[in-house]
Design a protein around this ligand. Structure first.
Ligand code: SF4
Ligand code: SF4
Length: 396
């Protein structure tokens, strides 16, 4: 993105303050530096001066989940996401990125690191779930599970008549942590007559790097993945993902040779999925920001949940969960405060009916954050991916 474009976007802001109503950081800190308007005001001065950012400015720039909730309701359509990415990229160019964040981003860059983490997990435990607590920040994260490669083939044949083929982009979290959900997504599509390719060569989509300002690594990962996509352009009708974040990145920032479709939209709009029966469970859907606000996919998961379960309205169902990838680690206190707010909304909605209730969403990052927030707030509940539920319905 050019400086000229960013300056134009900064100047579009009329400081109306609408973004304050939707910003999860502002709602928990009440600090103007946490919201889009505050950061825009600071950047209007600093980008002109082209000097290194002060520690205070860096901490304001770090105070953002990159959820896009501000952009979603901005009456002036200010392209806030590109503004924050641009400002963070400047900080990285000026070598203003912490060593810890660099290590974290390097870990995601290479599949070998994630495979090694899966191997370590297999040595210590075969159980999945919330079993790893980062002591310093007191957060629960799931450990890696068996990699997707060990669960699915390169080409997974459809059952019955073949409608078309797709290429599955699982993303790092599904591939190495929630591979059971990845396996179920492939099986669900196979049962609906769709052949699914899984390509071991695909790498991280680069969203964590892009939003942290490491645009060089993002470009590298994007180029690599685009080369893999090229090999499928004559073979598949869609690229599909069950990760809202990967989906947002692929549709916003890749020039794809094949159309991308989110799994919810594929199931409802293209395959017209209708279950045979409804599960006897109350469900509450959390709308991932990267699905609803970045991709405009809102009705599809709601309708799918109506089909397979007894969906109920949840207070703040589109309020950001506060995960934000590296934000959940490097801004842990803010991320936990947002998670606590979300847990309170969940508690208010369920009104004690915990036994029969399930929180459902469509993004691995949101699942991690919601389960951590639920656990810290002692709610006897669980969050699952919508695919887990659809698979259960098909199995019954
Ligand atoms: S809602 Fe948009 S125009 Fe209004 S203050 Fe926020 S960024 Fe600026
Ligand atoms: S992207 Fe989200 S966290 Fe960041 S300023 Fe906008 S609403 Fe707030």
């Amino acid at each position: 993105m050019s400086l000229k474009y960013i300056e134009q976007q900064l100047n579009l802001c009329v400081k109306c303050g609408n973004c304050r109503f939707n910003c999860p950081v502002f709602k928990t800190t009440l600090d103007e530096g946490g919201v889009a308007r505050g950061k825009i005001s600071i950047l209007q001065i600093l980008l002109k001066e082209n000097e290194k950012f002060s520690q205070e400015t860096l901490s304001y720039l770090d105070s953002c989940v990159v959820c896009g909730s501000c952009q979603y309701i901005c009456p002036r359509d200010v392209d806030y996401l590109n503004i924050i990415e641009f400002a963070r990229a400047k900080a990285v160019k000026d070598n203003q990125i912490s060593r810890a964040k660099k290590i974290f981003l390097n870990l995601l860059k290479d599949n070998k690191n994630l495979k090694f983490a899966s191997f370590v997990k297999s040595v210590f435990s075969r159980k999945s779930g919330l079993i790893f607590k980062l002591p310093k920040i007191k957060r629960h994260f799931p450990l890696p599970d068996k990699p997707m490669k060990k669960r699915v083939k390169h080409y997974n044949k459809p059952e019955g008549d073949r409608k078309f083929d797709v290429l599955f982009f699982p993303g790092c979290a599904t591939r190495f942590v929630f591979s059971d959900t990845g396996y179920k997504l492939v099986k669900v599509l196979n049962r609906l007559g769709v052949g699914v390719y899984f390509d071991e060569d695909l790498r991280c989509c680069g969203f964590p790097h892009l939003t942290a300002g490491d645009s060089e690594t993002f470009e590298e990962l994007r180029g690599f993945n685009l080369n893999v996509f090229e090999n499928y352009k004559e073979k598949v009708k869609y690229i599909v993902s069950g990760c809202a974040t990967c989906g947002s990145n692929l549709s916003r920032n890749y020039n794809l040779p094949v159309e991308f479709v989110d799994i919810n939209a594929l199931l409802l709009d293209v395959l017209e999925y209708k279950p045979k029966k409804r599960l006897d469970i109350d469900t509450y859907f959390h709308h991932p920001c990267h699905l609803m606000k970045h991709q405009g996919v809102k009705e599809q998961p709601e309708k799918l949940l109506d089909f397979v379960s007894n969906r109920k309205k949840m207070e703040g169902e589109d309020f950001c969960c506060g995960f934000g990838g590296s934000f959940s680690i490097f801004e842990a206190e803010k991320s936990k405060s947002i998670g606590d707010k979300k847990a309170e909304m969940i508690k208010n909605s369920i009104k004690g009916n915990f036994d029969k209730s399930l929180i459902v969403t469509s993004c691995p990052g949101c699942i991690i954050q919601l389960n951590d927030s639920i656990k810290r707030n002692n709610l006897p509940l669980k969050t699952v991916h919508i695919i887990d539920l659809i698979y259960s319905e098909m199995e019954e």
